[in-house]
Design a protein around this ligand. Structure first.
Ligand code: MCA
Ligand code: AMP
Length: 514
């Protein structure tokens, strides 16, 4: 493991400098430009204790995060669609002193109090920018600070335990918690994937994942940059975009199961035959198709394999642990399993009473330990202590089995109040609290239901304050989207006269589901 997080950005010259680092549509950044611009930007945030990044799916986000890493300043990526209540919580909790955003981004009032550092990844006119071809000349609102010497000024050499990112993730109750991810964990996890997948600087990764979570940002952006390779981001997921980028040089595809499901629907559907064939050819030509963040149903595995002759491989991770297991590029694919532990990761199954299970076929909670783990939750020593065992293992809350050759299969989750929808982790409690804050809601409970596209769908069970004029499902969805985030909105609302409760007054969600 190299001590620099992004060695390819240190002082690239010659062909290494002109290699494309990132491309979003017709906007692209070479290693040379990214190195220069991020070094200049790093000097502007060097004194920020923590910096928020308005994480739109654009090159500005890449530039901002790389600059923060090079400055040794922890970055807090924000979902640009975060609602009022959730944003207020994240800002109060993480206390950034500045926010990095693109020149045209309209920031919500809560962010106006912070120093705004404009990240302009489009300004043309600096040597190397080719007008009209989409080459970028970033450098922010202080032109002239990016010079050939400045790339070396940014160290990228903060200590291994220094926090690189704070990523917010939902729990069963309460607002999201900030997982503090040290540089050591980012490096270790990306290097374990290099080993598992033979990931090199020649790879061109294609994806359309959001840039405010581990999957899209750490694996999907820092992964290629650490290897000196390229990433092409689609901006917004579409089967056409996937086909286009894989057919024109893309070697790897990362996606959540919902995306692979939508690809399978095209491959298996009765739509346009030319579109279907183009997609099948493009997928067949890729070196690696990787799914993660939730389980890819075997039916979708099979449909993709039938149409392309290629197997999607799965890897299993978590915000707090980064990547734990994965099918190797040179290993047996085995749909339905998430592969063996990655290099450096120790994984065990544990019974409720703490007994470690080692009989093949045993089912228990998955606990993991290794250099890939976070350091803790920001401002939450209680939650951090509860998540870790005395001997340093992280309690994932996932329930699984390990077979004789070490392949892990996930069979469920300990907490029924966690919903995975479209690959996003969503806590039932935070949605219930948001619903209860709506004047038309007297009581609320939230559950997850199976959904062929999203994996699980958020369902709200509501007792209206006024039974004759309940708030509409759309109004409640809009309310949750505006307070928390659009992906947390209920997709189904069911109205009841009362919630089923046990003798202690606790809501019996099991009987709701039944
Ligand atoms: C709809 N929209 C609304 C509302 N309704 N906006 C405001 N209020 C409303 N009431 C908007 C949305 O914002 C969006 O806008 C559009 O309508 C469609 O939204 P939605 O229906 O939510 O999209 P979808 O089709 O359901 O999205 C599917 C998806 C998405 C693209 C697969 O779920 C996704 O990107 N998932 C990735 C999750 C992920 O990266 N997870 C990683 C975390 P517009 O059309 O403009 O966009 S897990 C992780 O990191 C660990 C480590 C791991 O293992 O990977
Ligand atoms: P998050 O906290 O958003 O990082 O989500 C982490 C959770 O996603 C894990 O605890 C798992 O429940 C789930 N997950 C991630 N990858 C997979 C996978 N390949 N198969 C099934 N579940 C997964």
């Amino acid at each position: 493991m190299t001590s620099l997080l992004l060695p390819a950005l240190q002082s690239p010259t010659g062909p290494a400098a002109s290699r494309e680092a990132v491309r979003f549509g017709d906007l692209s950044l070479t290693y040379g430009r990214l190195a220069e611009a991020s070094a200049a930007l790093a000097t502007r945030i060097a004194d920020a204790g923590r910096v928020a990044v308005w994480a739109t799916p654009t090159p500005a986000t890449v530039l901002a995060v790389v600059a923060a890493l090079r400055a040794g300043v922890p970055a807090v990526p924000l979902n640009p669609r975060t609602g009022e209540r959730e944003l207020a919580h994240i800002l109060a909790d993480s206390a950034p002193t500045a926010v990095m955003a693109g020149p045209d981004d309209v920031l919500p009032p809560a962010l106006e109090k912070l120093r705004r550092v404009t990240v302009d990844a489009r300004t043309a006119g600096t040597p190397g920018a080719v007008a009209g071809s989409g080459s970028l000349t970033p450098g922010g609102t202080e032109p002239g600070t990016a010079g050939p010497g400045s790339a070396a000024a940014a160290g990228d050499a903060a200590g291994p335990e220094a926090p690189a990112l704070v990523v917010y993730t939902s729990g069963t109750t309460g607002p999201p918690k900030g997982a503090v991810l040290p540089r050591r964990a980012v490096a270790a996890s990306l290097d374990a994937l290099e080993d598992a997948w033979g990931w090199t600087g020649d790879d061109v990764l294609v994806h359309a994942l959001p840039l405010f979570h581990v999957h899209g940002l750490i694996l999907g952006v820092l992964g290629p940059l650490r290897r000196g390779g390229s990433v092409r981001h689609l901006g917004k997921f579409s089967p056409d975009g996937v086909a286009r980028e894989l057919a024109s040089g893309g070697t790897m595809l990362f996606g959540v199961p919902t995306m692979y499901h939508r690809l399978a629907e095209v491959l298996d559907g009765s739509g346009d035959a030319a579109e279907r064939d183009a997609l099948a050819r493009a997928l067949a030509g890729a070196r690696l198709l990787v799914s993660g963040s939730a389980a890819l149903p075997v039916h979708d595995h099979e449909r993709i394999a039938a149409a392309t002759g290629r197997r999607v491989i799965e890897r299993y991770g978590m915000t707090e642990t980064l990547m734990n297991t994965g099918i190797r590029a040179d290993g047996a694919s085995r749909p339905g399993t998430v592969g063996p532990p990655l290099a450096g990761v120790r994984l065990r199954l544990v019974e409720d009473d703490g007994t470690v299970l080692d009989a093949p076929g045993a089912i228990g909670e998955i606990q993991v330990r290794g250099p890939n783990l976070f350091t803790g939750y920001l401002n939450r020593p209680d939650a951090t202590a509860a998540a870790l065992t005395a001997d340093g293992y992280f309690r994932t809350g996932d329930v699984g089995t390990v077979d004789e050759d070490g392949y892990v299969t996930l069979v469920g989750r300990k907490a029924t109040d966690l919903i995975k929808s479209g690959g996003y982790k969503i806590g039932a409690g935070e949605i219930e609290n948001a619903l209860l804050a709506h004047p038309g809601v007297r009581e609320a409970a939230v559950t997850g239901e199976a959904d062929p596209d999203l994996g699980e769908r958020v369902v709200a069970w509501v007792v209206p304050a006024a039974p004759d004029s309940p708030p509409s499902a759309e109004e409640l969805a809009d309310h949750v989207a505006a307070q928390l985030a659009p992906h947390k909105r209920p997709r189904t609302v069911r109205y009841l006269d009362a919630l089923p409760r046990n003798d202690l007054g606790k809501i019996m969600k099991r009987s709701l589901r039944a």
